[in-house]
Design a protein around this ligand. Sequence first.
Ligand code: ZN
Length: 262
Amino acid sequence: MRRLDHLSGPEAGRVLDASSILVLPTGAIEHHGEHLPLATDAIMAERIAARIVDAAAADGHDVWLLPTLAYTKSDEHAWAPGTMTLSSATFLATLVDLGRSIARTPARTVLFYNGHGGNVAPLGVALRELRRRFGLRTFAEGIRVPVGDGAEGPDERGFGIHGGHGETSLMLHLAPELVSLSRGVRAVPDALAAFSRIGFAGAPVQFGWLSDDFGTGGVLGDPTAATAAEGERLAAELVEAGRASIAEIARWPIGPREGDDW
Ligand SMILES: [Zn+2]
């Protein structure tokens, strides 16, 4: 296992060079309904990222896993006990501080491997901050699960984004001891399916939402038919996707540059 934090400091300084790729998982500690643990997104990001690092290292890339950033921006679930959220300003500042620290190593490339949808927008801002301020090559990839259009699995009407079939199946594969499947219920905001323009990420019109806006107990999706076998299949797809991403990052033609930390 290529975990950078298991090396000594001097050793880390010796093994890294300008071709090294650091993979930093970003998760969340947030409400995922009755059936999944608060750490769902952190567990998924860390464990899939670890497999990607192993696969990419076997392909010959100099890739290293950094410790998971578990506390991130989960204010859409702040109403729910157990959710631990940073403000967007604190989260962005944390990412900038981590980038500054990475820039003090010989490595010049970081891939954030993200398990939480609420982190996507701030990560996008951070990629540019770290590029401009520290000259790093910066990338982000996220765990994507099918959102449940009914073609395969239960019909989540495209809303299976949080605690639904995909995430629950992944957790049944990755950490079954933490899943209480019998406590999962279908939680799909059916009334929203009549709207073609307004929707979640990818729709033409975005909207501001909190996870208790929908009357679904803070879950979006249908976990009731989730299986470990489906989770294993999704995990294998994610690992292959991440492995292909590392290969592209390794040959990406735009290099590091001088930082301008203002
Ligand atoms: Zn989640």
